[in-house]
Design a protein around this ligand. Structure first.
Ligand SMILES: Cc1ncc(COP(=O)(O)O)c(C=O)c1O
Length: 352
């Protein structure tokens, strides 16, 4: 049976891509120039600079490219090659170490891989750093966020050592549902900020880097060098603008729904949601079965009911446990918390 309902496919754009693109394009004035200062890319860049409170912003085809470029610039300016980041940072885990292979940089992993970085962890790094990176929220440990005062103290401490402070804000939109501060107040802590167009904003891909104008001017050169100066990037920019207008205001509701689902899962007790309450629309569900059993059970559940709970699982040190990520987007909003619990029971029944 095909997927009928999904806790995994975050946005409608993933489920009904062509319908969604058609309805988005129907809202665009046909006289909008695709390129130039009034085209969607330039409009998006100006809008992001303003939302993020930075003098300038630049579109990138991916966050992977945007962040490596930001770190390269910080490193070249300081004549230092190392940057500090959480051991489960996207840069360290998911990018085939592009920062090293392409840019000759070194990552200094900081702190415990299952916990947030602390000021003590950061202070214990003895080598001179070009930059330190905060991923807000820290996706691979359940979307945890440092408390605001901790973040302020940590970023100030790294700045005082001459390191640039960079924000992996792929999910800054989601993080704001916890901090409840204007975006510019959060980003003011950082020298450079990357945000994604296709996670919380539910666009079609792409990223934006925001920083001082001279950093962005240099980033533009690197974007060209790396082949990221995509000529017809306007559809991605349009989807990002659409996300800012229509999805961003919905994120507090997404987080509330995440809180309700996590509470229902933990009240039931068959699985465990973490953190509880979720700090953002993203959290993890820990299952009392191993990864292979979980994937087989998920296939069986989908075949029997059309319900998709997850697309992949994370293994755990205990081979009889695993976890999956939930990221509440428009698709999950019509799944009631007790329905999710019922599906988890069904899943575990298929695993036995
Ligand atoms: C926290 C984080 N940083 C960076 C990225 C990279 O973004 P992109 O897929 O646009 O390269 C991702 C993508 O999943 C991410 O989750």
């Amino acid at each position: 049976m095909n997927v009928r309902r999904s806790l995994f496919l975050h946005s409608d754009l993933r489920r009904r891509p062509y319908d969604m693109l058609r309805s988005m394009l129907a809202q665009v004035d046909p006289d909008t120039p695709p390129h130039g200062p009034d085209g969607p890319v330039a409009v998006l860049e100006r809008r992001m600079a303003s939302v993020l409170g930075k003098p300038d912003a630049l579109f990138f085809p991916s966050g992977t490219m945007a962040q490596q470029v930001a770190l390269r610039i910080h490193a070249d300016r300081r004549g230092r090659r190392a940057f500090a980041a959480h051991p489960q940072s996207h840069l360290e885990v998911w990018e085939h170490r592009g920062y090293s292979v392409v840019h000759g940089l070194r990552c200094h992993p900081v702190g415990d891989r299952h916990r947030l970085m602390t000021l003590a962890d950061l202070s214990s790094v003895a080598e001179p750093l070009a930059a330190a990176v905060w991923e807000l929220p820290q996706r691979d440990i359940g979307g945890l966020l440092p408390e605001w005062d901790d973040l302020v103290a940590q970023t100030a401490a790294m700045r005082s050592r001459g390191a640039a402070v960079h924000l992996d804000g792929a999910r800054l939109w989601e993080a704001q549902t916890y901090y409840r501060l204007p975006f510019a107040e959060v980003t003011a802590l950082f020298d450079s900020v990357y945000v994604s167009l296709y996670k919380g904003l539910q666009g079609t891909g792409g990223a934006v880097l925001a920083a001082e104008a001279d950093v962005i001017a240099e980033a533009r050169v690197w974007r060209r060098r790396l082949g990221g100066d995509v000529y017809d990037a306007w559809p991605l920019a349009l989807a990002g603008l659409h996300g800012l207008d229509t999805v961003l205001p919905r994120l507090p509701a997404h987080r509330e729904h995440a809180v309700a689902i996590a509470a229902a899962i933990n009240a039931d007790g068959v699985a465990r949601a973490f953190p509880d309450p979720p700090q953002t629309p993203l959290f993890h569900v820990h299952l009392p079965i191993g990864p292979d059993a979980a994937m087989r059970a998920a296939d069986a559940l989908r075949a029997a009911t059309g319900m998709e709970l997850f697309g992949r699982v994370r293994s755990a040190p205990d081979p009889d446990r695993c976890s999956f990520e939930v990221s509440i987007g428009e698709n999950a909003m019509d799944l009631a918390p007790d329905e999710v619990v019922t599906h988890l029971h069904e899943l575990l029944r298929h695993a036995t």
